[in-house]
Design a protein around this ligand. Sequence first.
Ligand code: PNS
Length: 162
Amino acid sequence: MKIGVYPGSFDPLTNGHIDILKRSLRLFDKVIIAVAPNPKKAPLFDIKERVAMIRESTRHIPHVEVEIFEGLLAEYMKRKKAHAIIRGLRVISDFEHEFMMALMNRKLDSDVETVFLMPSEEYSYVSSSAVKEVASYGGEVKELVPSTVAQRLREKFQRSRR
Ligand code: PNS
C-alpha cells in the first residue's frame, strides 16, 4: 500500500489543494493530509477550523485521511510508514523554498522522497494568502475555494468588519 503525505498549513484549503490531492490519488493508494498548526505564520483559522473545513471538503473523495501533525515532517513520515511527501508547484517562485524543504527533509532522513505535482493551470495563481486578501476586502472567492471555506471566510471577515 503506497502512502502519500500531503503536508501544509491549509489556511485555508483552496481548490488548488483539492486539485493536487486528486492528482496524488492517482499515484498513491492513500493520501494523508497532514495539517501543520504553524503558529509562527499567525493563521487566520485555528487548527480545528482548518481540519474541519478539509474534512468537509474531502468527504466525497475516497482514500483520504486528515490529521494534525506537529514537529518534524521527516519524523512524521517515518511514524506513518509513508512513501513520499506530496507538494504542489505552481510557479517558478515556489521552487526555491520547495527545493530547500525537500533537501532538508532528505538530510533529516535519507529515505524521505518528495514528489512535486503541478495543479491545473486554472489554479496556478490561487494561493491561500491571495484568497484571504481578496476575502478580507469582501471580494468573491467562491470559484477558488470549496463552498464551506467560502462561507467561513465570509463569516470571519463580516465579523471583523462590523
Ligand atoms: O503550506 P505550507 O505553509 O507551505 O507548509 C509548510 C510545511 C508545514 C509543510 C512545513 O513548514 C513543514 O514541513 N513544517 C514542519 C517542520 C519541519 O519538518 N521542518 C523541516 C523542513 S524545512
